[in-house]
Design a protein around this ligand. Sequence first.
Ligand code: KIV
Length: 415
Amino acid sequence: MSTQNAIQSAAANHVAAEPRRVTVFDTTLRDGEQTAGVCFSTDDKIEIALALAEMGVDVIEAGFPINSPGECRAVAEVAAHVRGASVCALARAVPKDVAAAGEALRHAEAPRIHVFVNSSDMQMAHQLRKTREQVVEMAAAMVRSAREFTDDVEFSPMDATRADRAFIAELARAAAGAGAGTINLPDTVGYATPEQVARLVEFVRVVLAQHAPEAVVSFHGQDDLGLATANAIAAIAAGAEQVELAVNGIGERAGNTAFEEVVAALSVHGERLGVVCGVDPRGIGRVSDLVERRSGIPVAPNKAVVGRNAFRHASGIHQDGVLKERETYEVLDPGAVGHQVGTQIVLGKLSGRTGFEQRVRALGYRLSEAPLEKAFRRFQEVAAHTPEVSDADLHVICQGIGSQRRAVPGFAIDL
Ligand code: KIV
């Protein structure tokens, strides 16, 4: 076969191949709750968990039962209410944690226990004060013990991205050998770059392919360097079959990988990457709003996908483009991610004539060339001192030049 033919045939095979299903593991209720100042009540947890399950999230990490009797009860309540998604509880690799997780998940339809232990030399030496041999033993023993409660056990070597590769391989083999079906690779302190994450995922996949080919490789990222979403996508591109996410990116310090960003990115790039996930992106707006209200952590206006400004256009050039064809300046359809506000033209000092004219028409004014020019100049004077020129301002401007409204306007410009 010629090189050309070989390339064409490889491309055809690639297109024909079934997309790989990526498991979406949501940790809003566990790692997300580790945001300073957040405390979800049991009812909050149930409401958020049900919203996530309804959207098609595969695994919901509901909490860390050993933390307190209240947390244990909250996880148990989530486990009892959620159907159609796995409910997961976190446990350190110590017997009392695993027992508490098992107990809390007693009524789950599909229970998962998530066992973790420090794996970087720094954390093992300074925090855990255990040797590598002891850590491997703890991991294997606690995965075995978790398997007494459920067939679905996940193991995380904490701080994996800063740990020694050979040791991660040893831990992954030991945990998978003891019965862990998912080996999750946490970038616990948000240290890694996409390229490093991809290499680690590939490495662990090769290790597991020899020892436990059924095991799923997962990635869990923190956002300390603002790379969490890029890292999660790099992990998926490198073959990770699960990603761990939190709605609105809430979580310890700078937060976790943002659920909405990864789900939206997969909706845009999934086909090219050859992957799909089971989450319906149209539920994103609702769940983001719910988590914002229940957590008390406001979503930044410029937050990707869910921020108030995510689909608002302020510059004249962008407004002109969007008014002609939305996709000129938007990679996502706001309706497809359930955005609460959607595409909006914001009139201010950077706006051009197109946005202005469109808006005054929508407000019911029909201005001919000369009055329009006059009104636009007045608008620019106002905009020079006002961050956002409101509809009320526009009425004053138009009526100030003697124009009358001819129709009752709709609230937003029709795009
Ligand atoms: O950040 C982390 O390492 C974790 C693990 C328990 C997965 O939250």
